[in-house]
Every structure is written in structure tokens, then in C-alpha cells.
Design a protein around this ligand. Structure first.
Ligand SMILES: Nc1ncnc2c1ncn2[C@@H]1O[C@H](COP(=O)(O)OP(=O)(O)O)[C@@H](O)[C@H]1O
Ligand SMILES: [Mg+2]
Length: 323
């Protein structure tokens, strides 16, 4: 559906926002692009919808090279891509109905058809009772659902989300994501979602690409990427305050069978070894448990503990080093 082939973007002034990014986004994917602020995510998205031209490399949408499109084709491309932003970008002076109808009005669609299509879309996002309300009478989550209805009204095949849930509290954001997941099936969409929030990716994406400083650290199915080490560079949930660890902090990753066994309690019982757990988390990625424990181990026992854990299929890596 969308292919990026060695895309680079250098802005005037020399900022290299993208450094040779290649991605293959398939029809029906909910593809997450995650990275910290300044990683190049928005620039990447703007290369996909033709708002930005790559300095080198190619972007293909449904097999057609974006840069080669003429003005009219580029306009058609933009119409086949729905966009959703962090700031909902609604027309405050227009009613919900007119906000959603706006793209149809521009295309000179008849009043009758507008009425039918808009109400159908508002029902889909669960806001048909708000058609006559103004945006300032709505909650943040409702505003984003109006923006979603407007983004989808022209029947796009691709939906691009740029931090679309970042301004919402987590429960509201989650509800919007679930709605998108449901609508995606009904409308046969491919969704590309950029975010700095791991939780967003974990909850709805099937694929994820990790960006750092304009570089692609890795891309693939989320289960694989969450178990790998690249994701750690952008994790903000596995962090402890400085000074807590006196020696080395080891990060243990449990996945597959090792996530289901009481390995730590066996380690303590069978081997008589001590483990000081500093932070722990089990999350479900793609319906499979994935555990992370940050531990400190007496340095005289470290080799024994590490070899025991590794023999049980636990990944062990040095996460903090305090000297
Ligand atoms: N129009 C622009 N001109 C110059 N530099 C830009 C422009 N847009 C973005 N940048 C720079 O490119 C880098 C990536 O920005 P951006 O794609 O917005 O990152 P993200 O969305 O991941 O936060 C940043 O260093 C940013 O300052
Ligand atoms: Mg951005």
C-alpha cells in the first residue's frame, strides 16, 4: 500500500530529518511509527501524503511514485488519504454536521447525498446525536471522533494519524483507538499511526517501525519489536531515579514460555541466590505475555544468576551501569 525506498530528507539549513528510511506497509496494516520528539516522524508522514518531497529516495502509494504525480493526481492522492492530528483542527464556528460535510461540499456533492453520507459517518463514530452541536460543546474525545468522521467522509483507503490521541487522557485516547480499529475493518482501511507513546502502539498496531534521530532502528511485527532491544531506546516506563542502583542494573525480558514460569522464585529456591527487584512489568503484546524486570544482583553471584536465567530462555542485558 505504501512503500518507502531509502527516503532521505535534508531541510534547508542542513537538518537531516530522515536518513535513508525503507518501509513496506501492507494493505490492512495498522502500522505504528514510533520515536521520541524530533525523530522525524511527522516529516515521514508528510512525505507519504506529498506535503514534503524527499531529498532522495522514493515514496510509492499504491504502486505510484508520489513525486512523479502531477498537480491533479497529487490532489487525488491527498483525497485518498485521511489525516488526523493532535489538535483536532475543527472549524469552531461550524456545527459538527458542517465540519464533517465540508470535504463533500468542496467536491460539490448534492445536499441530499451530503446529508445521507454525513449522518452515516456520524453514526459510525457514535455521534449522530451531536450533528447540530458546535465543537466547543464537545469533549476532547468527541472532537477527535468528529475529526475522524471528516477524515473518512471522502472514502480514503489510507488513514494517517499524527499523535492523534496525544492530547487526550489515556482512557479517552484508548476509546478513540478502539473505534479506529473497528472502523478500519468496516471501511477496509490501512492505518499509519505515528506516536511517541508505546502504549498506543501496543494496543492497536500489528507492525511497528522505530525511528531515532532520522534513522530507522528496526521495523517488524510488534511482538518481535517489543522483545528486541531497539524499543528500549524509546521506552520511558522502564526508568528508575538516579542513585537507586549502586552497581549494575540488569534488565530481564521474559517472553514465550519463560513468561509463564515462576523462574525468579525457582532461582531463589533452587539456587539459594538473591535477586533485588527494582521495577517490574508484564504486558500483553499481540495477546502474548511479555515481562520485563529490572533487577540488581550481588556482584559475586552475577555470573551464576545470568547463566541460570539464560538457560531458562530469559534475555539478560545490562541496563544501568553505575560507577
Ligand atoms: N520545515 C522544516 N524546516 C527545518 N527543519 C525541520 C522542518 N520540519 C522539521 N524539521 C526538523 O526535522 C527534525 C524532525 O522533525 P519532525 O519530523 O517534526 O519530528 P517528530 O515528528 O518525530 O517530532 C527535527 O529536528 C525538526 O526540527
Ligand atoms: Mg511530529
Amino acid at each position: 500500500m505504501v512503500v518507502l525506498d531509502k527516503v532521505t530528507k535534508v531541510f534547508p539549513g542542513g537538518v537531516e530529518a530522515l536518513k535513508g528510511i525503507s518501509l513496506d506497509i501492507k494493505k490492512g496494516d495498522i502500522y505504528g511509527i514510533i520515536g521520541l520528539s524530533g525523530a522525524g516522524k511527522s516529516t515521514l508522514l508528510r512525505c507519504i501524503n506529498g506535503l514534503e518531497t524527499p531529498t532522495s529516495g522514493r515514496v510509492l502509494v499504491e504502486g505510484r511514485e508520489v513525486e512523479a504525480l502531477n498537480k491533479k493526481e497529487l490532489q487525488e492522492l491527498r483525497q485518498s488519504i485521511g489525516m488526523l492530528f493532535q489538535s483536532f483542527n475543527l472549524f469552531e464556528a461550524k456545527k459538527v454536521f458542517d465540519n464533517v460535510a465540508y470535504p463533500l461540499k468542496l467536491k460539490k456533492v448534492s445536499k441530499e447525498l451530503q446529508e445521507k453520507e454525513v449522518m452515516k459517518m456520524l453514526r459510525l463514530v457514535g455521534l449522530d446525536d451531536k450533528a447540530q452541536a458546535y465543537p466547543n460543546q464537545l469533549s476532547g474525545g468527541q472532537k477527535q471522533r468528529v475529526a475522524l468522521a471528516r477524515a473518512l467522509i471522502s472514502g480514503p483507503k489510507i488513514l494517517l494519524l499524527d499523535e492523534a490521541t496525544s492530547a487526550l487522557d489515556s482512557a479517552t485516547g484508548q476509546a478513540v483507538l478502539e473505534l479506529i480499529e473497528k472502523i478500519k475493518e468496516e471501511l477496509d482501511l490501512t492505518v499509519i499511526l505515528i506516536t511517541h507513546d508505546l502504549e498506543v502502539v501496543r494496543s492497536i498496531c500489528n507492525q511497528v517501525a522505530i525511528l531515532e534521530g532520522g534513522q530507522l532502528l528496526g521495523a517488524g511485527p510488534i511482538g518481535e519489536m517489543f522483545r528486541g532491544s531497539h524499543i528500549r531506546k524509546i521506552r520511558q516506563d522502564l526508568v528508575i531515579p538516579p542513585g537507586v542502583i549502586k552497581g549494575r542494573g540488569l534488565l530481564l525480558t521474559f517472553s514465550g514460555e519463560s513468561a509463564k514460569e515462576p523462574i525468579i522464585s525457582n532461582l531463589i529456591k533452587e539456587m539459594g541466590l538473591d535477586v533485588n527487584i527494582l521495577l517490574g512489568k508484564i504486558e500483553y503484546v499481540d495477546h502474548e505475555p511479555l515481562g520485563n524486570l529490572l533487577v540488581e544482583i550481588d556482584s559475586t553471584q552475577e555470573d551464576q544468576v545470568v547463566s541460570y536465567l539464560e538457560s531458562k530462555g530469559v534475555q539478560v542485558e545490562v541496563y544501568y551501569e553505575n560507577n
